[in-house]
Design a protein around this ligand. Structure first.
Ligand SMILES: Nc1ncnc2c1ncn2[C@@H]1O[C@H](COP(=O)(O)OP(=O)(O)OP(=O)(O)O)[C@@H](O)[C@H]1O
Ligand SMILES: [Mg+2]
Length: 228
């Protein structure tokens, strides 16, 4: 079943955070999800070792450049969704994972400098498309944005992607304490207590919108962001 790969050479772009939000949301709806933690720093395995991970979410770590394609293909036969988190570099492992993606999500913060890193990720995906002779659907996801305002710079950067035929998520992952809290306390947003963090309901709504949009993109992946 579909493989969703989070990729960006920019460290701290929000890959691991967004990947966990998506995987946890899908798993909480009852879907079986295999999460491949392909970052040698294993941030997601650490999250999963704390209490509260959904029962239908399995984390696979210890994948290498030699094993990642097999790991993805095997997981895709067993689980409703495969989510892959990658480290913030352009390694062989990143390339191999992208070659098996039904959707590559490129998280980026809303500055021009961050967007330039997202463009590098898109260029890498385009090269993988040529190397593997297949289309890799992709979408840019703005992260750590303000829930209150949508600055003009962000709108301009978004418009530039869209003008270049790059799909951009309508949903943005806002900057929220709850998204840091799940890595501290473990588990999912709905498992957080009101005395641990405020505004949990808004964080849940944001993560749900992200998951719902991801599913809708997977249903019509070739509309934009396809190989030229
Ligand atoms: N939406 C958000 N709200 C609040 N904090 C966030 C959000 N997204 C990311 N962060 C924080 O920003 C930092 C970097 O995020 P994250 O680890 O998800 O990025 P990454 O792209 O996976 O980084 P790396 O390339 O190092 O793997 C972390 O401290 C994380 O808690
Ligand atoms: Mg990460």
């Amino acid at each position: 079943m579909p493989t969703i790969v989070f990729a960006s050479p920019k460290g701290g772009a929000g890959k691991s955070t967004s990947a966990v939000l998506l995987a946890a949301e899908l798993a909480e709806r009852g879907a079986s999800v295999t999460f491949i933690d392909a970052d040698p720093n294993k941030p997601v395995s650490k999250w999963g070792s704390r209490p509260g991970k959904p029962a239908t979410l399995t984390i696979l770590a210890d994948v290498t450049e030699d094993t990642i394609i097999d790991a993805i293909e095997q997981s895709a036969t067993e689980s409703a969704f495969v989510v892959v988190d990658l480290e913030g570099t352009a390694s062989m492992m990143v390339g191999y994972a992208l070659s098996r993606a039904d959707l590559a999500i490129i998280p980026t913060q809303g500055s021009q400098l961050d967007a330039a890193e997202a463009v590098k990720a898109i260029a890498l995906i385009r090269r993988q498309e040529r190397a593997f002779n297949k289309t890799i659907p992709l979408a840019v996801l703005f992260t750590r944005t303000s829930a209150a305002i949508r600055p003009r710079t962000l709108k301009a950067i978004e418009a530039e992607f869209v003008d270049n035929g790059i799909r951009v998520y309508g949903t943005q992952i806002h900057e929220r304490e709850a998204y840091r809290a799940i890595f501290v306390f473990g588990g999912t947003l709905s498992g957080l207590a009101a005395d641990q963090v405020t505004n949990i309901a808004a964080a849940i709504a944001n993560a749900r919108a992200f998951a719902a949009e991801t599913i809708s993109i997977l249903k019509q992946p070739a509309k934009t962001g396809e190989a030229a």
